[in-house]
Design a binder for this molecule. Structure first.
Ligand code: SF4
Length: 680
């Protein structure tokens, strides 16, 4: 049978944004590989996407619109036509608008697809509708805020810089799970003699590639950075020439704040002993070109933005930015290359509407002021599984009077609570254009197989909804490819110099960087702003995370075989069982009289979640770890990890605080086939 090979892009929420080669036979994807021509992917894929065809053609795909016929949450539906589904939505929304106003309708979406058009274009529809707006801050806005407070709009280093570094610090990042293609550069640097450190709250899988693992207390990363800077000053390992030329406020910082971070104090905050702290600072200060790859997890505490701000000062103090291979990579922003207003159409909004923070969905669904949320439209997101405080979200979404529509590929936890489920296309079935937050490539993708069943892309559904809601704007008549063409043609100078033929051909293209981009600081002062006069706290310092009144920090780390709650449809990945296991140190297990492989419950004031206990020295005392996120149907009990996390926000950026969670753990006893909770 004739097969064809076509290019596409991985759509998931991952900095690697891999280029794919997809083999198709008779309209079906049969094999998915990494594109060897993609400068970052270099022909390899992570284990999740190596068999993407199993996701695309899964027997679990929702293939037609489904109307609820049973109680909410029971997953009982009957198929209906698209026409019936669209008119059902129109009738419900019109009634809600008449009775409560359009702000009673809330869209909820995040990063189920990272394509610029399919991900963002729902905003144009909801702006036109006059719906409430969603503050999309579930990922790491505090990280972005902390970086910007010091570096402004400065461009992030190209990942190839890593190859030139002699000290690579993986700070709070498990690159094997979340940024696996950085391994290409790390391995090359190691061949040339580079040292790799991992700074983490537990010995994550990334420890495999590290020469040294430094475990810090959760939420104390900022203190560690300040303690290192204090030692660098004392040891005369700072780059005074670079500081004089390129850094604002270092003397003030040194005089006012730094003396608070003596090694003994920092050791007591971080749990890192004084000797290690001194060794780290000296090694960092003497490195030829130290490079920090900064993860996002450490920004998801109540002190997240301030922690990132403190860490971002480190390369400035040793002048790492001026050295090939030196610097800090917190995330790459190529957003300014695209005129995204063309997609999100803020101009369609007649007046500013209510804003709901997506981390506080539970509170929002249960509130009645200013107007209750009477309809929720969820697309490419699964808030019941991924939003914090699962019990609050469930309480809200189970309301009998809320009309919930979920546009999805699978019957997720959230879809089970829908009044109407609409079938969604996978990335191989629709057009889009992608950029990355881990490298500088952009790439256009075209549909390479027909839609599975009657599934439709986000934009195709919004166009149909625009018709039934009688929106007259020509914008809602366009095809996805017309919108992409317009976006590519009308975007800024950064796109002007690239090879558009390659883009139109679906090949990856790198955005060009100015030669001096690492020493051009796009801040109001033109310098790296350790002193930032626009902040209430003008100098970085250590601030406390929120914490809870419970004995164990609860780390929900990224899994190797899932991504947020994606890939829970894949039995082959699920059977690896990572997200059912709660890792605990031998000392803590002994103190709690818990046994390896025992069923346990992690609990706090917000909820309880069942796990299998894994006793391991990889987890330090006082910390428990779960890798990955499960749908409730795949979890051991009737809740998954986010029943434990809170709706509290970060110090800046209105971000999530998933890691700022503490729990206690108790065992379960098995009695004649049934399970009861022990009194341990
Ligand atoms: S999930 Fe990340 S590493 Fe895996 S294929 Fe997609 S972009 Fe690449």
């Amino acid at each position: 049978m004739k097969s064809t090979m076509k290019r596409s892009v991985c759509p998931y929420d991952c900095p690697d944004a891999c280029g794919l080669l997809v083999e198709t036979v008779q309209g079906k994807a049969v094999k998915v590989m990494g594109d060897p021509e993609h400068p970052y992917t270099k022909g390899s894929l992570c284990p999740k996407m190596a068999h993407y065809e199993r996701t695309v053609h899964s027997s679990k795909r929702v293939v037609e619109p489904l109307l609820r016929i049973g109680p909410k949450g029971k997953g009982q539906f009957k198929p209906i036509s698209w026409d019936e589904a669209l008119h059902h939505i129109q009738r419900n929304w019109q009634q809600i608008i008449d009775n409560y106003g359009a702000e009673a309708i809330l869209p909820y979406s995040y990063a189920g697809t990272m394509g610029l058009v399919q991900r963002n274009i729902g905003e144009a529809f909801f702006h036109r509708l006059g719906a409430s707006r969603l503050e999309r801050t579930i990922c790491s806005p505090a990280k972005g805020y902390g970086w910007s407070a010091v570096m402004g709009e400065t461009m992030a280093p190209h990942p190839e810089e890593v190859v030139l570094s002699d000290l690579i610090i993986l700070w709070g990042t498990n690159v094997l799970a979340t940024n696996i293609h950085l391994l290409h550069q790390i391995k090359e640097a190691k061949k040339k003699g580079a040292t790799v450190w991992l700074i983490e709250t537990y010995q994550s899988p990334a420890a495999e590639i590290a020469d040294k693992v430094i475990l810090v207390r959760p939420g104390s990363d900022g203190a560690l950075a300040l303690g290192m800077i204090n030692i660098l000053v004392g040891e005369h390992l700072i780059d005074e020439k670079f500081i004089t030329q390129h850094v604002q406020g270092f003397e003030l910082f040194k005089d006012k704040n730094l003396s608070d971070y003596q090694p003994e104090v920092v050791s007591s905050i971080t749990g890192v002993d004084v000797a290690t702290l001194e060794e780290m600072a000296k090694f960092y200060g003497r490195a030829r070109a130290p490079f920090i790859s900064l993860g996002s997890g450490l920004s998801r505490y109540g002190n997240g933005a301030m922690s990132v701000r403190a860490i971002t000062c480190l390369p400035a103090v040793v002048g790492a930015w001026a050295k090939p291979g030196g610097g800090l990579l917190a995330g790459i922003s190529t957003g300014s290359a695209f005129a995204m207003d063309k997609v999100t159409r803020k101009d369609f909004m007649k007046k500013p509407t209510r804003i709901v923070n997506m981390n506080q969905l539970g509170q929002a669904l249960c509130a009645t002021n200013p107007v209750p949320i009477m309809s929720l439209y969820v697309y490419h997101s699964n808030p019941v599984a991924v939003a914090p405080d699962q019990n609050a979200v469930l309480q809200g979404i189970a309301r009998e009077d809320i009309f919930t529509v979920v546009h999805e590929r699978f019957m997720t936890d959230t879809a089970r609570y829908a009044d109407l489920v609409l079938p969604a296309t996978s990335s191989l079935e629709h057009s889009d254009v992608y950029r990355s937050y881990g490298h500088y490539c952009i790439q256009r993708a075209f549909p390479i197989i027909p839609p599975v069943g009657t599934s439709k892309s986000n934009w195709d559904v919004f166009k149909l909804l625009a018709q039934v809601m009688d929106f007259k704007e020509p914008f809602f008549q366009q095809t996805t490819d017309e919108i992409i063409d317009d976006l590519l043609q009308s975007s800024g100078a950064w796109l002007a110099g690239i090879d558009m033929n390659k883009i139109q051909d679906g090949r990856p293209v790198e955005l060009p960087l100015p030669l001096d981009y690492k020493t051009t600081y796009k801040t109001p002062s033109g310098k790296i702003e350790i002193f930032n006069p626009r902040e209430d706290e003008m100098l970085p310092r250590y601030t406390l995370p929120h914490g809870d009144d419970a004995p164990f920090w609860f780390m929900n780390a990224p899994g190797l075989y899932s991504l947020n709650s994606s890939f829970n449809e894949r039995i082959d990945l699920l059977k690896l069982g990572e997200a059912r296991r709660l890792m605990m140190s031998p000392q803590d297990a002994e103190a709690k009289d818990l046994k390896n492989e025992q069923e346990v419950i992690a609990f706090n004031t917000r909820g309880e979640v069942d796990f299998i206990l894994e006793i391991t020295p990889k987890t330090p005392k006082g910390v428990v770890v779960v890798e990955g996120v499960l749908w409730i149907e795949n979890a051991l009990g009737n809740r998954s990890v986010n029943a434990l996390t809170s709706q509290r926000l970060t110090d800046r950026g209105l971000g999530s605080t998933f890691y700022d969670t503490k729990v206690d753990v108790r065992g379960k006893l098995k009695l004649s086939g049934s399970t009861i909770t022990s009194m341990v």
